[in-house]
Design a protein around this ligand. Sequence first.
Ligand code: KG4
Ligand code: ZN
Length: 333
Amino acid sequence: MAVILGIESSCDETSAAVCRDGEILSNVIANQDVHKEWGGVVPELASRAHQQNIIPVVDNALKQAKVNKSELTTIAFTRGPGLLGPLLVGTSFAKSFAFGLNIPIIEVNHMQAHVLAHFIDEPKPQLPFLCLTVSGGHTQIVLVKDQLDMEVIGETTDDAAGEAFDKSAKILGLGYPGGPMIDKHAQLGDKNTFQFPEPNISGLDFSFSGLKTAILNFINNNVRKDDDFIKNNMNNICASIQNRIVTILMNKLEIASEQTNINEIAIAGGVSANSGLRKGLEEYGLKNNWNTYIPIFEYCTDNAAMIAIVGYFKFLKEDFANQDIETLARYPL
Ligand code: KG4
Ligand code: ZN
């Protein structure tokens, strides 16, 4: 029997989840509103908020799962990648709690966890599959050979897709995080109104920094002519930006599918909550005969259920970590 407590604290969500033999019994997430007024995540404030949230969040996760701490067999925690201060809070808590309970710990790569979010609920992708992992810090196409054996076959050379959304939102004067705001406006606009360039980058890698500059220039040029340009065109601008980001992602995924001959295609990470990307995946799926997979919203953005699931697969392999393990702000897959 494996009763695993998962802990996630890599960025601005404090989360704890309980998983019994691969089944998620609870997944509690505390968001941090403190960053909104700063227009982005402030690491120091995030660390402090994690410190305040971690015990109530874990307590709630145990209560909701109706599991007593004495029943836990293992604690899995995010080792990286992420912000060092926030990671240290989760890691230190996980180690101390496990030490007190005299149970082993399992370290988890946050990006691997986004991929394995697909193994929480049905339908689960067939191995091998391709997973486009798109978050605030990463954009990767991952070839998943096995739950614990995956290879990055394409990734961004500059900004992540989430950053492209967030930076575009900042240019438009929308709040943080900008991705959901762009999505909201985009749903009311026409995606073919404005044309933004597709980056000229070969192979399976991505680039989003040129798009950001193109958007900035486009907005500045138009605002110079018309003060109210953004206000009067917000929905169409957002729809056009979103459409370009989605087609960049989908076109690369299409090449990856052709190259690997794999038609089990999944998306994961915070940006996979985007309605345009979800629709785009369905459309490309129909066109290319893919079986497509998108986690439920709760498992797209940062959460501890995905950490607990990785913990479960590692538990089956008895892949435990030592108490002296360190956090890693950079932690390649
Ligand atoms: O995976 P995640 O929660 O945290 C990281 O590990 O980075 O991803 C956060 C990113 C942010 O950039 C946020 O703007 C983006 O996901 N995001 C969205 C949407 N929801 C979250 N981007 C576009 N549309 C959305 N609906
Ligand atoms: Zn994430």
